[in-house]
Design a binder for this molecule. Structure first.
Ligand SMILES: *[C@@H]1O[C@H](CO)[C@@H](O)[C@H](O)[C@H]1NC(C)=O
Ligand SMILES: *[C@@H]1O[C@H](CO)[C@@H](O)[C@H](O)[C@H]1NC(C)=O
Ligand SMILES: *[C@@H]1O[C@H](CO)[C@@H](O)[C@H](O)[C@H]1NC(C)=O
Ligand SMILES: *[C@@H]1O[C@H](CO)[C@@H](O)[C@H](O)[C@H]1NC(C)=O
Ligand SMILES: *[C@@H]1O[C@H](CO)[C@@H](O)[C@H](O)[C@H]1NC(C)=O
Length: 877
């Protein structure tokens, strides 16, 4: 890491980690075998309690007796789960007095009817980019030819009829004409529930009702995410021909987000259970945390796995952090039984264009809000001060000459809406915003009173030049035209990179998530283009619905089999602008090909391989089984189709500082097959032993190699090729350092750093001067111990922080730059084994020790731990 970045420590105030991006150490420290520490974003005072028995009344019995015993704990029940998959409740302990709170929590933990207690966490709203909004007049272009969905509709006459897809999201505008125009049995959205209400933010109390309608309104900052996703899965509008993946499927919406903000995991668990109980066939989930561990102690991951094992397909987006390099796939898509979806770029998008007098080419534009009322007419340069980069940002900065005309304004310095509102005050009837850097601009400007469009920097400059030469009038072609996308059929740059921290194969598959046109709530002008793995997951959920429909009433195959079949026949994507195959840790098995998946009769299991790293030879040889379920004898030949390798680090140049995004290299593994070609009669299986020789790259580089076992059909007219993606690491993950150089470190509230020789004086009467530990992890760690030591004797007194299990890695930029924890002066003593309560450190001199278990390390092996010890910390009470 660069030491200069120390100056960018986020400000921390008053002894609490304010910034929402950090893992907040639990407000309450308690060490108890039944207390399952979560690793991130816990909500102080809120817990999920799971009961040991299966009595339906466990929650009521618990609440009655506990409330009698502990009146002043302020126990309030939030959610009651009562389910075969999870018997528990979530509660608030409202009393913020630390000792009462902790005593109450200990009493809960000591009860025999309580199996475990988990702190409640928040899960952020999925991030998507709203590329543009359109009116219903835009041509409807869901890219179904790329995925063979068009052939499933036309040749197989399969549009997903009778399949029920459940969605956990921001609600849905079911009054939208493409989403059925109503709610209930006779409509498209047949079931659902609003678990939270408009005003819910993830931290306040949900106000549920039985209507999942999204009518947040244009001024609410709501994104219309759930409506967009619903359209991708099952939208259909006869008048515009807009067609989702499974336009005859039915939808259920369990609304878990308010108009803004995040959601707490107890609400998500409740929604998952409600969707399961409503009988959904497929659940599409878009919740993510950028933490690549498959192993988690979280209840929702366990509920996801239980639902999947009951035969419901759980399709989850991989995440949108691909720009941050490896280990960026997020939970719960990392759950072993979830189908984790990467994003592929669409092949075309709808671009609108305009003609301007004095300019000899058509100018492409994006509608930044509803452009249907954009009147053709004269354009005036909006800024009086000349191109100064801050155009239109102050109320007086717009020329009154724009009155009654269209204002041309450059992007930069302030929000688009400020510029537009200032132009409106000066009388403008429309605004064109041009980019201030090279390239096209796809601004979204909802909630203003005039239509706005955005154009590229080059076209903005061309308009400026034309204005200098004379009067310029623009004429918009609002219908738009279809333009090719340069990086079509490649993995989106935002799509998260695998694998899971344990080297489980993730992501598993890809859908189309870059530039996806779909429905928006009517208050956001009904249609628009969004990008995100959030768009790719519903694309795959709709595809699974088509598969399930093709099986008819008596379902034959397990979800695991169906997922494999999708992987067997997926389309292998290439690296943009090259002929090289992209890595399976970016594309999974590749882009779904739904027609082949449904119609082809040969199947391979397993459908993905992790050869793990080189610390053991245990995973070097694996067996795949190829089975012919068709009626003709098939003949196959097996070859190794090499993909590019992914280089996470440039060890020579910068040590183990991660490369973000990860770089590509040509290193390739060799595969040996026990048989290279074979015949397969109907009903027969062939086992093939596959043995890997990883590339001979420097093991310090820890590159992720990969490719596809390509099972080539010798009779393409009878059956298609199949592929099994594989990956592995050339190197030993447990040799990777955990802490970035210069970390951990101790700072104070003013960002001053304390070295090993500096004494940090902590006067506990003033919580603003608490020592703050700052950690930056180069690689994920399964366990970090935070111990308080006597400075002189180095005796371990106890833990000063808890909950640091299955921690994800940090990034070089953005909101996971560091983890930081302010110390409140207490610790859980080491000497008492059962349920010790935290106690205050008495006056004296201490030091902190962080001990991190290395990735894939053995906790029993001392060499697999890395530790760091602070300088003296003097405590005064
Ligand atoms: C929808 O598709 C039909 C049949 O292909 C076509 O006749 C009709 O013009 C299309 N409608 C629109 C609005 O594009
Ligand atoms: C479907 O999943 C995607 C990604 O996981 C998510 O963004 C979207 O909101 C989900 N849609 C529904 C309807 O749950
Ligand atoms: C890889 O190997 C480690 C042990 O070195 C093991 O803990 C881990 O589960 C393995 N991962 C997979 C996907 O098999
Ligand atoms: C694609 O490759 C060609 C030839 O190597 C190169 O000239 C061009 O700049 C590349 N385009 C992009 C967008 O990288
Ligand atoms: C509390 O500590 C902060 C940070 O060291 C210091 O700026 C402030 O003056 C202290 N307040 C009091 C009341 O001592």
């Amino acid at each position: 890491m660069k030491k200069s970045s120390l100056s960018t420590f986020p400000i921390v105030v008053a002894g609490v980690c304010l910034a929402v991006f950090v893992i907040t150490a639990e407000a309450v420290k308690i060490s108890h075998p039944k207390y399952i520490k979560g690793s991130s974003n816990t909500i102080p005072g809120r817990y999920i309690i799971s009961f040991s028995g299966a009595q339906p009344d466990s929650g009521t019995i618990f609440t009655q007796s506990f409330t009698k015993q502990f009146k002043d704990a302020g126990l309030k029940v939030k959610e009651n789960f009562k389910h075969d998959f999870f018997n528990g409740i979530s509660v608030d302990l409202d009393n913020t007095d630390n000792s009462i709170h902790t005593a109450a929590l200990k009493a809960i933990l000591d009860r025999s009817d309580v199996k475990a207690v988990y702190p409640v966490r928040t899960i952020a709203r999925p991030k998507v980019t709203l590329e543009s909004q359109g009116s219903s007049k835009t041509p409807s272009v869901l890219p179904h030819a790329m995925t063979q969905v068009d052939r499933v509709h036309s040749e197989l006459k399969n549009k997903g009829k009778g399949i029920f897809v459940g969605v956990l999201d921001t609600g849905v505008d079911y009054l939208h004409p493409a989403l059925g125009g109503g709610f209930g049995k006779s409509f498209k959205v047949i079931k659902g529930y609003d678990l939270v209400g408009d005003a819910y933010t993830g931290f306040n109390t949900p106000k549920p009702d039985n209507d999942p309608l999204d009518d947040c309104g244009a001024d609410s900052e709501a994104s219309g995410h759930g409506t967009h996703v619903s359209g991708i899965i099952a939208g259909y509008d006869k008048s515009t021909n807009f067609t989702g993946v499974a336009p005859e499927a039915k939808l259920g919406m369990w609304r878990v987000f308010g108009c803004k903000g995040s959601v707490s995991n107890d609400v998500v668990i409740k929604a998952l259970l409600m969707a399961y109980d409503a009988g959904v066939d497929v659940i599409n989930l878009s919740l993510g945390e950028t933490n690549s561990w498959s192993t988690t102690t979280d209840v929702e991951a366990s509920v996801v796995n239980k639902i999947a094992r009951k035969g419901v397909s759980v399709v989850v987006s991989a995440g949108n952090s691909g720009a941050k390099g490896i280990y960026t796939v997020g939970q719960p898509s990392t759950s072993v039984d979830a189908f984790s979806v990467a994003s592929v770029e669409n092949s075309y998008y709808v671009s609108k264009d305009l003609k301007a007098t004095g300019i000899d080419h058509d100018i492409l534009y994006t509608a930044s809000n509803d452009d249907s009322k954009f009147a053709n007419g004269e354009v005036v340069y909006g800024d009086m001060s000349g191109a100064n980069g801050a155009e239109g940002c102050t109320s007086g900065s717009i020329d009154s000459a724009v009155s009654g005309k269209i204002a041309l304004i450059q992007r930069g310095t302030c929000p688009f809406s400020d510029k537009v509102n200032n132009a409106v005050s000066a009388g403008a009837i429309g605004v064109i915003i041009y980019n201030n850097v090279a390239g096209a601009l796809t601004a979204s400007v909802p909630g203003v009173t005039v239509p706005v469009i955005s154009i590229s920097n080059a076209d903005g400059k061309a308009l400026l030049a034309a204005l200098k030469a004379g009067t310029v009038k623009v004429t918009l072609n609002k219908k738009g035209s279809i333009q090719p996308i340069e990086n079509a059929n490649t993995i989106s740059t935002f799509s998260s990179t695998g694998s899971s921290s344990e080297l489980n194969f993730k992501p598993n598959i890809a859908g189309i998530g870059g530039n996806v046109y779909s429905t928006l709530p009517r208050y956001l002008d009904s249609y628009g283009v969004m990008s995100g793995t959030s768009m790719a997951a519903p694309y795959v959920a709709g595809s699974v619905a088509l598969y399930l429909n093709s099986e008819g009433k008596n379902k034959k195959q397990s979800i695991a089999y169906i997922n494999e079949q999708f992987q067997n026949y997926a389309y292998t994507t290439k690296v943009f602008n090259t002929t090289k195959v992209d890595s399976p840790i970016r594309q999974g098995a590749g882009l779904v090909q739904v027609y082949d998946t449904i119609t082809q009769k040969t199947h391979i299991s397993p459908a993905q391989i992790s050869f793990n790293d080189t610390s053991t030879s245990k995973y070097k040889t694996q067996i795949i089984t190829i089975t012919n379920y068709g009626i003709e004898t098939m003949q196959y030949e097996i070859v190794n189709e090499i993909a590019i390798s992914v280089s996470p680090y440039n060890v020579k140049a910068s040590g183990y500082t991660p490369i973000e995004p990860a770089a590509n290299s040509d290193a390739a593994a060799k595969l040996r097959f026990s048989k290279k070609s074979f015949k397969l009669a109907p009903g027969k299986s062939q086992k093939i032993k596959v043995t890997v020789t990883p590339p001979k790259t420097d093991p310090k580089d820890h590159i992720f190699y990969g490719g596809f076992i390509h099972v080539k059909s010798k009779q393409p007219s009878k059956g298609k090729d199949l592929k099994v993606p594989y990956f592995g690491v050339a190197g030993k993950q447990k040799e990777l350092p955990i802490f970035d150089s210069g970390f951990p470190t101790i700072i104070d509230a003013k960002n001053k750093e304390y070295g090993k020789d500096d004494t940090f004086t902590f006067d506990r009467s003033n919580s603003t001067n608490a020592p703050i530990s700052v950690l930056r992890l180069l690689t994920p760690s399964p366990q970090i111990k935070a111990e308080l030591l006597d400075y002189k004797t180095s005796k371990v007194l106890g833990q000063f922080l808890t909950g640091l299990d299955y921690v994800g890695r940090n990034f070089l930029t953005g909101d996971k730059l560091y983890y930081q924890f302010a110390w409140d002066g207490t610790y859980v003593p080491a000497s008492i084994s059962q349920a010790p309560l935290p106690i205050a450190a008495i006056d004296g001199i201490y030091k902190f020790r962080f001990t991190a278990l290395k990735l894939l390390g053995n906790p029993k092996n001392k060499n697999d731990w890395e530790f760091w010890t602070s300088g003296p910390i003097a405590v005064k009470n």
